[in-house]
Design a protein around this ligand. Structure first.
Ligand SMILES: [Fe+2]
Ligand SMILES: [Fe+2]
Length: 494
């Protein structure tokens, strides 16, 4: 085959070679011109009103060039792959004169999450104008943009332009360009709270938006956990009062994923488990805030409403399921998340059954996070180790094996605990020891007092031995109440 090509080339006269060269050069030149024209057009759309005459010339200029492409290639496709632009499958080699335009077009498409547009058939000035204005008016970072834009174009009966979403490459996006996993964790955590809010609010209005985004968040969380589990577990110490439901859902997903990982679940199952954690309390969005945050005792009707939220969640999920986003495991997990291990709890079951793994996992994560989060209607918040102790004593509430797994993750002095050491130092637990043998020897950030001032750090590992005495340098004496000692736990994880 190779020889054939070589022969073929050898047969060609110098003129043919020359024409091939100029053709290629011509394509690259035309590509660069197109980018320059698009740059001006996109920029102009931000400055001028759509009816402004100054725009006409710019639109005409771009259209001429686009038609030139359509004539020679039948179609024109502009595609973004990572930080490159491809025109009809050929990577654009950027010239000095087109660099600014190239950067602008690339960045705009990336921001708008539009990865490709293909033009074929007939395109007139009006259509091109509509396209550019609609494109530039999309909000930044929304993954449903390509879909929205295509719908807009369909409505305008513009059939010659097809739009595709931006392809996101895991390693680029999951850490948001962050190389520091801790920073990446924070970014992911807060972004996820926003996404859940968006999804739940959307579902309430019977729209399903953000599924892809949510999936990527779970993927990001799994990837980050593989790198360093303690980062996300540390962030669960953020207990936001105002955004309670959304914050709580992120925490539940993180705890659940940590359990799922220990159980060796497949990547696909972990994805589903994380999504279930994110969505488990979705049904609560239909309960009035006054009831959710009521300080006084709830009356019977109000309780009935609260108890409906798992079923409401299921109904909402089934609506989404029609769109192919939900698996039965996830829906059942949401249904079961307030059922106890002995099948008491709610919703009341007509027939006895066994709870699914997802249901049992989410239940543990849910109760732990709820117990350790301050709520308006409850003045008692449990410290991490108190919450775990109460959960262990509740013999009917949780799957005992899974609860052990959970304690293995958080430790008997769970991440986020304030502890007193036998050295009279205080410490905030930030990472558990993966070896069950050292469950009481986590890593802590020291908080010490010297000359009346509080000193934070260094971080120490409680398995560290004292060389001379061959004993541990530090032991945990007991857990302390952070409020009493004015320690803001979250601070140590941000
Ligand atoms: Fe719930
Ligand atoms: Fe919950």
């Amino acid at each position: 085959m190779v020889e054939h090509v070589a022969e073929d080339i050898a047969d060609k006269s110098p003129e043919v070679f020359l024409s091939l060269d100029t053709e290629q050069m011509g394509n690259s030149r035309m590509g660069n011109d197109l980018i320059i024209k698009l740059h001006v057009l996109m920029k102009s759309s931000q400055i001028y009103d759509q009816k402004n005459v100054a725009l006409n010339q710019v639109v005409q200029g771009s259209l001429e060039l686009i038609n030139h492409f359509l004539k020679s290639d039948d179609s024109l496709a502009l595609k973004v792959i990572r930080n490159s632009l491809f025109i009809n499958g050929q990577r654009l080699k950027v010239g000095v004169d087109s660099y600014i335009g190239f950067k602008f077009v690339l960045e705009q498409l990336q921001k708008k999450r539009v990865g490709e547009f293909q033009i074929s058939g007939t395109l007139d000035e009006k259509m091109l104008k509509e396209f550019v204005y609609h494109l530039m008016n999309l909000s930044d970072g929304d993954e449903d943009n390509a879909k929205k834009l295509q719908e807009d174009l369909n409505e305008l009966e513009i059939k010659s332009i097809k739009v595709e979403p931006l392809e996101i490459f895991e390693e680029d996006e999951f850490f948001g360009g962050q190389t520091d996993p801790k920073e990446a964790g924070k970014k992911l955590f807060f972004e996820t709270i926003g996404v859940i809010k968006e999804v739940v609010t959307g579902i309430k209005k019977d729209q399903f938006i953000g599924a892809r985004k949510m999936k990527r968040m779970v993927q990001g969380a799994i990837n980050l956990m593989v790198k360093d589990e303690s980062i996300l577990l540390g962030l669960t110490t953020i207990k936001n009062y105002d955004e309670y439901t959304f914050n709580h859902c992120v925490n539940v997903a993180i705890y659940s994923l940590a359990m799922g990982r220990r159980l060796g679940l497949s990547k696909k199952s972990l994805m589903e488990l994380g999504m279930t954690g994110f969505l488990h309390d979705m049904g609560k969005s239909k309960i009035p805030k006054e009831i959710l945050n009521k300080i006084d005792k709830l009356d019977d009707d109000e309780w009935r409403l609260i108890k409906e939220h798992p079923m409401t969640g299921v109904e909402m999920m089934l609506k989404i399921k029609q769109l192919g986003e939900m698996s039965p495991k996830m829906v059942i997990g949401v249904f079961e998340h307030h059922l106890n291990y002995d099948l008491t709890g709610y919703p009341k079951l007509i027939r006895k059954k066994t709870l699914t793994l997802f249901g049992r996992i989410i239940k543990i994560a849910d109760v732990y996070d709820a117990m350790t989060t301050p709520r308006v209607y409850r003045n008692k918040t449990f410290r991490p180790e108190q919450a775990l102790a109460i959960m262990v004593q509740d013999k009917n509430g949780f799957d005992p094996v899974l609860l052990k797994v959970f304690i293995g993750i958080l430790g008997i002095y769970p991440i986020g605990s304030l502890v007193l050491l036998d050295t009279k130092e205080m410490g905030v637990v930030y990472e558990t020891n993966p070896d069950p043998q050292y469950i009481n020897r986590p890593k802590v950030i020291l908080i010490s007092q010297s000359e009346g001032r509080r000193k934070i750090g260094p971080a120490v590992d409680l398995t560290e031995m004292d060389g001379e005495n061959k004993s541990y340098k530090r032991d945990i004496a007991k857990a302390l109440d952070p409020k009493k000692y004015h320690v803001n736990i979250v601070e140590h994880f941000l």
